[in-house]
Design a protein around this ligand. Sequence first.
Ligand code: CMP
Length: 138
Amino acid sequence: MERTLAIIKPDAVERNLIGKISERIESKEFKIAAMKKVALSKNQAENFYHVHRERPFFNDLTTYMISGPVVLMVLEKENAIVGWRELMGATNPADATEGTIRKDFAINLEKNSAHGSDSPETAAFEISFFFSQTEIFS
Ligand code: CMP
């Protein structure tokens, strides 16, 4: 079993897509091992996305991530990291495959509806950034 962090981003929460996205997750047999709706602080968003701090889009990204509440989830399944990335589709919805979350729901590269960890190391960092072990249920 592998765990990954999923975020339903502000654009999707605002458009009442929490249910539709969670339904896709559960129908692909992920276990939602933890889930909470939170408003991130700018400091939290900057620390969470610290690997992108030198990128030109860093300020826009972190400002967008605090523009409304997000839903944080720990997803559990075999090969959860790759599986969640496949279900989300390409980062830019213009490049995403039919039937993926980003193809069907995302607005653009910034408002791309969902986030997922990209490696086991990132998943460990991202899960522990938002959840303590006692908040996660296998
Ligand atoms: P995410 O998977 O959350 O990781 C970083 C985010 O930065 C990414 O999704 C995009 O929403 C956002 N982003 C904005 N501009 C870019 C860009 N030029 N390249 C990659 N990611 C970008």
